[in-house]
Design a protein around this ligand. Structure first.
Ligand code: ARG
Length: 586
């Protein structure tokens, strides 16, 4: 029996299907339940191969044996143990190690995800990034891009059919203002050489005009703002000149964004535009009317009345002049996606400042009987907190490109200072890959709902818990294999490493990966994998010095090498799911 099926036996025991005594009598058991103890007891005092499983984690791991996310309610059968108990399980050292290593070798790049394969694949859409083209790409969009990418990767790796959508904000009042700004301030040369920077400077200038005209009063009182509104209305009514301008800004911005996505290693299956949803306004309004949901106030503004627990009054869906709103365009896009992909699940990876918007959206879609809209708001709006203090050498306004460039140049500076550094690619390429890894991991290491403060020092810390630290660890393992002069035979005797504590710790930690993956998948929380990854690197680094491969007798050398090879595999699997490219040589 392999250890995964045995875990399943343990779960049956917990569910009362098997008694503990029965389990203990199981032939060839790898695990033995040692005791049930209060959760508070210090876990770190229990060392490998005896280890503790938190019941709550165990019940998450049960999910793997009970089918898909939707079928397992998580409470079944746990009454047998007091809430908050911890189940201590002892592993038979040799068998346990053999099984874990065998599992990793045979699952290879799917170790972690294979155990989490869904029984009932679903059609899922993950919408992420979704910047606005007439406003700067801000750090919230960067978070959405990084987090959404991992969520889409995890769902795909576990067998779901995933649509990766970028919903580009290319419509709305801000576009009218930007067009006016282009007329007033555009420098064509700058627009050609650095379109995003020029568009941003125009955006700043035109907004300054509005501010200086209206002072503390509403922006509606500003002449510039009114002119911007008029221009946007022209665009909405199909004015040819405005359409040309709009297309130019759109093309320039999208081309620039594509370059950023390439550097980040992120791709989309569909780029959808808010502007196209605008064209469906009438159809959406008809739909709402047919469902008896559309009402009008005295000013001619169309709205849907919200009810239920999270009452937030009215949700406006159409302006008095008949033009669409952000919410209307989202309803249109949701209906379109439903038609195109018949979705079972929908995830919007958007900052938590937009919570109110998504509550309204979900409410309307529920009333329109969109199947996935019956889910909880937390399952649909995958929210994340704010980033404070991100600035670059260029100043306080953050451009994604500057952040990536700066990460690259800082990485190159610090690597050039290290005498051991050996590069096979160009400095630029390596610097970019590592810089991107640093930016991705510094973000993903936080629980997504929490705000955090950005720091370059932490982002690029060579010694611990950063992208560069992880990349070095991976590359070091690769060079260990090529430099040790030993090749692995089919049968490796793992008994010889039973007393290598740091090696045993790696094995134990690797055994947990499928459960950690499951935790990240269920909660759509990449930080579980990141924290796991950092710990794995620390364990590897410790074992690297205390349990060398070179100069040992052949049994020990082979067994240690096998563990290091498996740990490299797990490390690479974590990195890839997080959107990183594992480097073999640095
Ligand atoms: N473009 C929007 C913004 O930057 C985010 C879009 C989020 N997605 C959505 N379906 N509303 O604020």
């Amino acid at each position: 029996m392999d250890w995964a099926s045995e875990m399943s036996e343990i779960s049956r025991c917990i569910k009362g299907v098997k008694t503990q005594a029965e389990l203990e009598q199981m032939e060839n058991a790898i695990f033995k339940i040692v005791e049930v103890q209060p959760l508070k007891k210090n876990v770190s005092s229990i060392s490998a191969p005896q280890f503790a499983l938190d019941i709550s984690k165990l019940h998450k791991s049960l999910y793997r044996y009970t089918g898909g996310l939707d079928q397992f309610d998580g409470r079944d059968g746990l009454e047998a143990f007091e809430k908050g108990s911890r189940l201590n399980i002892r592993a038979e050292p040799g068998k346990f190690a053999k099984n874990v290593l065998h599992n990793i070798k045979s699952h290879a790049s799917s170790y972690g995800s294979l155990d989490n394969k869904c029984l009932h694949p679903q059609k899922v859409c993950v919408e992420f990034s979704s910047p606005n083209i007439a406003k700067p790409f801000h750090v919230g969009h960067l978070r959405s891009t990084i987090i959404g990418n991992v969520i889409a990767n995890m769902l795909k790796a576990t067998g779901h059919s995933v649509q990766r959508i970028n919903f580009v904000g290319d419509w709305g009042t801000q576009f009218g203002l930007l067009s006016l700004g282009l007329v007033r301030y555009a420098n064509l040369d700058n627009l050609k050489t650095d379109p995003l920077l020029e568009l941003f400077s125009i955006y700043v200038k035109i907004n300054q005009d509005v501010k200086s005209e209206c002072g503390k009063a509403s922006e509606m009182t500003s002449q510039t703002y009114q002119e911007g509104l008029e221009l946007f209305a022209k665009l909405e009514n199909g004015d040819e000149a405005m359409k040309v301008l709009w297309k130019m800004v759109n093309d320039l911005s999208l081309a620039e964004l594509d370059k950023m996505y390439q550097r980040l290693g992120v791709y989309f299956t569909h780029t959808m535009a808010e502007s196209l949803c605008h064209k469906k306004t009438i159809a959406v309004l008809d739909c709402l009317k047919d469902a008896g949901l559309l009402q009008y106030d005295n000013n001619g503004v169309g709205y849907v009345q919200m009810d239920g627990e999270e009452t937030i009054g009215r949700a406006s869906v159409v302006k008095s002049d008949g033009s669409s709103l952000y919410l209307t365009r989202d309803v249109a896009s949701a209906l379109e996606r439903q038609e195109l992909f018949s979705l079972d699940r929908m995830h919007y990876v958007v900052d938590q400042g937009q919570r109110g918007h998504f509550i309204k959206l979900l409410h309307i879609l529920q009333k329109l009987n969109v199947p996935w809209a019956s889910k909880q708001i937390d399952d649909v709006h995958i929210r994340f907190g704010r980033v404070k203090g991100m600035s670059t050498r260029q100043g306080n306004v953050v451009f994604l490109r500057d952040v990536l460039d700066e990460a690259r140049s800082r990485v190159i500076d610090s690597m050039k200072g290290r005498s051991t550094t050996r590069v096979t690619h160009s400095w630029e390429e390596i610097g970019d890959i590592i810089g991107v890894a640093c930016i991705i991991l510094q973000d993903l290491k936080h629980n997504r709902a929490s705000d955090y403060t950005f720091s370059w020092e932490r982002t690029l810390n060579m010694k611990a818990d950063s992208g560069i630290f992880v990349q070095y660890c991976h590359a070091r393992l690769c060079s260990m294999f090529s430099g040790c002069g030993i090749s692995l035979t089919e049968e490796v005797d793992v008994q010889s490493i039973q007393n290598d504590v740091s090696i045993q710790n790696i094995i134990l930690h690797m055994a947990r990966y499928p459960d950690v993956f499951s935790l990240a998948l269920i909660n759509l929380e990449p930080h579980h994998i990141v924290q796991y990854l950092f710990k794995l690197c620390h364990l590897i680094n410790t074992a690297y010095y205390s349990c060398p491969v070179k100069g040992q007798n052949i049994d020990v050398a082979q067994a240690r090498l096998l563990v290091f090879e498996c740990s490299r595999q797990v490390l690479a699997n974590c990195m890839k799911i997080l959107g990183l490219i594992p480097l073999e040589r640095i």
